[in-house]
Design a protein around this ligand. Structure first.
Ligand code: SAM
Length: 187
């Protein structure tokens, strides 16, 4: 293959990668957080905390900012009896996550490319999130404005500004990362 042919093949790939990077950069600027996945330790701890607390009856679990699906996919696999929903604004991670959902045939998982702050979360009985302080503040404002009662909310890394969590679990990692567990959250 000569140089002209190589350029012909690699140029579309290069442009695609560039568009993906730009799209991720723009959504990061908009939301204030990149689609960085939860660590394996955080994921395992969140799944365990949920497993210990979830009732047998069908629940609606929502990942507020589902990124590439590192948490929402294990949630849907581990809890097939529950409905799992992911909200994500960033196009490419959402699309990649959707592909995995169909490959794994996770019928209990719904993935919306939508802002969870502008969505109806009234049916959510369990919420999980890995956000930044400004988004936690916005989430708290939304919970209050919509007068939502959330039976269970788990937040990886940052707390809600004015609610007190019943439990804080510290991960066995370099930062002693906290996972905040809010039970029967009423606004
Ligand atoms: C740090 S990632 C966490 C991904 C996943 N939950 C996990 O734990 O692996 C946070 C994600 O939240 C998304 N996000 C932030 N604010 C959002 C909003 N208002 N609506 C939808 N997605 C949002 C970001 O685009 C990002 O992908």
């Amino acid at each position: 293959m000569n140089t002209a042919h190589a350029a012909w093949y690699t140029l579309p790939l290069f442009i695609l990668c560039l568009l993906v990077l730009i799209s991720i950069l723009l959504s990061t600027l908009k939301t204030g957080i990149s689609p960085m996945p939860s660590s394996g330790k955080a994921r395992r701890e969140i799944l365990q905390q949920l497993f210990d607390r979830l009732p047998d009856s069908k629940q609606t679990m929502v990942d507020l900012g589902s990124g590439w699906g590192h948490l929402v996919i294990p949630l849907a696999r581990r809890f097939p009896q529950h409905e799992v929903i992911g909200y994500e604004l960033s196009w490419f991670p959402w699309l990649a996550n959707l592909t995995v959902k169909y490959l794994l045939r996770l019928d209990n998982l719904t993935l919306y490319r939508r802002d969870f702050l502008r969505s109806d979360l009234a049916t959510a009985s369990v919420m999980v999130c890995y956000l930044v302080p400004q988004s936690m503040h916005a989430l708290e404002q939304k919970l209050k404005a919509d007068e939502l009662e959330v039976p269970l909310l788990l937040s990886h890394y940052f707390a809600l500004p004015s609610f007190k969590s019943q439990t804080v679990v510290y991960l066995d990692d370099w930062y002693r990362t906290p996972v905040y567990v809010y039970e029967r959250l009423t606004t």
